[in-house]
Ligand binder design. Structure first.
Ligand code: CTP
Ligand code: ZN
Length: 156
């Protein structure tokens, strides 16, 4: 049985996005990033710790009828730089995006500093500068280490 056949443990999708080659353990963070908790009615398939050619084990997330916004791709680039984003239309992969590390991440993370202006009642879009291994709030300078990013996802 080929590796491709083995991957079929998670069904192919007709239209949508396949986020592939996620490090094992990242699937749930990706679902949090996308705001998917099952209540939105989307069809989502998740594979965790599935065998992979490129990684010993990988996670994979398939979301039907959805393409990712640039902000979502940007934060994905920070928490899962090894991921591949595949856009699927009528069962074919029509686009494969390698994700580039962004200069900033806008509107998807909340600042851990409770006194930060972005945590006041005023609706201010958050913005973090991407440093080598951390992010820095543009408004208050608070540092969020890369491994903490997933816990500050601002999911409504
Ligand atoms: N896929 C899917 N539904 C489709 C087409 C593809 O779920 N209709 C998934 C495949 O299972 C795979 C990913 O999308 O996990 C990428 O598909 P493809 O480019 O065909 O596979 P590979 O060539 O193995 O990809 P890569 O080179 O990125 O490993
Ligand atoms: Zn801040």
């Amino acid at each position: 049985m080929s590796d491709t056949d083995r991957e079929l443990r998670v069904s192919k999708i007709r239209n949508g996005t396949v986020i592939d080659h996620l490090a094992a353990g990242q699937a749930l963070n990706v679902l949090a990033l996308l705001g998917i908790d099952g209540s939105g009615g989307e069809s989502v398939s998740v594979g965790m710790n599935v065998p992979s050619d490129k990684l010993a084990k990988k996670d994979i997330v398939k979301v039907e009828d959805r393409e990712l916004s640039q902000s979502e791709v940007d934060v994905l680039a920070v928490i899962a730089p090894e991921a591949t984003i595949n856009i699927v239309r009528e069962y074919d992969v029509v686009e494969k995006k390698r994700i580039d590390r962004p200069e900033s991440v806008d509107g998807v993370l909340s600042c851990p500093n409770r006194n930060c202006i972005t945590n006041d009642d005023e609706p201010i879009r958050t913005r973090f500068a991407v440093l080598d291994d951390a992010l820095r709030c543009d408004y208050c300078g608070e540092i969020v280490r890369e491994e903490e990013v997933a816990t500050h996802l601002d999911v409504a």
